[in-house]
Design a protein around this ligand. Structure first.
Ligand code: UGA
Length: 434
């Protein structure tokens, strides 16, 4: 079976590499020529654990190749996955232009027995609209929808060991071809669920919106904890042990970011309205998460007596979460820019050494490790939950800073371990430690 993946972003590249690792012949197509040239040399443009090794292995075996020529890429394919971006437009709706551009480009060259599978996250009705778009051009290509549930940073693991595979199909032929593509997972007893196109499309948005809602809920509980003396981590643990709730996605913090939750909650609210349905809960999640950034800024400013001018602020972690260099919609953008605007001398250490972050925070200084970053700090602010921050020797850090103020927006340390070090410790949804 020959698979082509159009789009070599997180989803496309991870899917292409993993399908090749299943043993299929895979061609990844992208119209970004310089990206394709790098990929051909075994250089990946993203920071994703385990991906480069798997990619190079499958390139060597000869099962994985890259091209910027769409005709070459799709002409022999049995399955063509579309994994291009669907970014937010200014009004919150999903921009589908990359989908239609890709479909228009490949349609004249694709083998007529192939199945076109949309993997990009698209509003309900898009896959059917793409089918109609093709039919209007006299092309009867079969279409299907297969949502992805990959998390950045653990995307390879998520692809190879997913909780489930959802396949929106309209024929036995598509069902058979997709079962074949995912057969190696079937052997691991991963459930495969077949649905219609609309159900599969909505499942993706509903999953992301519910996860975003869980985070927003626990952030609101954290606000209450800070006022009433409860500990949000323990509340999360207590409620998470209830199987109906589950412990995951109950970590209070600076609000969700990244390329998916903000974009997908906005798109869901937008297309629901187009169907005549209001989703006030989703709208409130979006509003509450935006307000969270201001709340986090206020928290830091309160700790600094509302004055950061010429103060040394040591920022630890700026990516939207750990194990990625991705800065898209990272809570750090609003927070660090605010501190810079108010005249703080911001020093940043992020284990990914994110190039995107360095471009965004041009007026900040950068360090190569936590300890150097904290020398003479008036306040330390933790914004991203990198595991290496957990291993930091807080007693040593205490000796390096000018003022022992630690604002930890990811609540990475236990109260007892910080207590012994002499830091004044402000975390999220937990009592102040002095
Ligand atoms: C998310 C989903 O988890 C994936 O299933 C989905 O496939 C992907 O979006 C997508 O639509 O492509 P991702 O954005 O990579 O994946 O990252 P998450 O691990 O979900 O984290 C999203 C944000 O929520 C981060 O800013 C993270 O710090 C925050 N978060 C997560 C919390 O604040 N608390 C939590 O308990 C969990």
């Amino acid at each position: 079976m020959k698979i082509t993946v159009v789009g070599t972003g997180y989803v496309g590249l991870v899917s292409g590499v993993c399908f090749s690792d299943f043993g299929f012949n895979v061609i990844c197509v992208d119209n970004n020529v310089s990206k394709i040239e790098k990929l051909k040399k075994g250089i990946i443009p993203i920071y994703e654990d385990g991906l480069e090794k798997l990619m190079v292995k499958n390139m060597r075996i000869g099962r994985l190749s890259f091209t910027s020529d769409v005709a070459t890429g799709v002409k022999d394919a049995d399955l063509v996955f579309i994994a291009v971006g669907t970014p937010s437009k200014p009004d919150g709706s999903a921009d589908l232009s990359y989908i239609y551009d890709a479909v228009s480009d490949l349609a004249p060259h694709v083998n007529k027995h192939a199945i076109l599978v949309i993997k990009s996250t698209v509003p309900v009705g898009t896959t059917r609209a793409v089918k109609k778009f093709l039919q209007d051009k006299g092309n009867d290509l079969e279409v299907a929808f297969n949502p992805e549930f990959l998390r950045e940073g653990v995307a390879v693991e998520d692809f190879l060991r997913p909780d489930r595979i959802i396949l929106g199909v309209e024929s036995k032929k598509a069902e058979k071809a997709l079962v074949r593509a995912y057969r190696p997972l079937y052997m691991l007893s991963i459930p495969i669920m077949f649905t219609d196109l609309e159900t599969a499309e909505l499942s993706k948005y509903a999953a992301n919106a519910l996860l975003a809602m869980k985070i927003t809920f626990i952030n609101e509980v954290a606000n209450l904890c800070e006022k009433c003396g409860a500990d949000v981590k323990e509340v999360a643990h207590a409620i998470g042990m209830d199987k109906r709730i589950g412990e995951q996605f109950l970590q209070a913090g600076p609000g969700y970011g990244g390329s998916c939750f903000p974009k997908d909650t906005s798109a869901l609210s937008d297309f629901a309205k187009k169907f005549g349905v209001d989703m006030p809960l989703v709208d409130e999640v979006i509003r509450s998460n935006c307000a969270r950034r201001d709340k986090m800024i206020k928290k830091i400013m309160d700790v600094c007596d509302n004055d950061v001018k010429n103060k040394n602020v040591s920022v630890l972690g700026v990516t939207f979460k750990a194990n990625t260099d991705d800065m898209r919609d990272s809570p750090s953008i609003g927070i660090v820019n605010y501190l810079l605007e108010k005249g703080a001398k911001v020093k940043i250490y992020d284990p990914s050494f994110s190039k995107q972050a360095q471009d965004i925070f041009k007026n900040a200084e950068w360090s190569s490790n936590v300890y150097d970053n904290c020398n003479d700090a008036d306040v330390i602010v933790i914004l991203t939950d990198w595991a290496e921050f957990r291993a930091v020797n807080l007693a040593e850090l205490r000796c390096r800073v000018r003022n022992p103020l630690l604002v930890d927006l990811r609540s990475m340390y236990t109260v007892s371990e910080v207590k012994a070090t002499g830091f004044v410790y402000h975390s999220v949804g937990r009592p102040l430690v002095k």
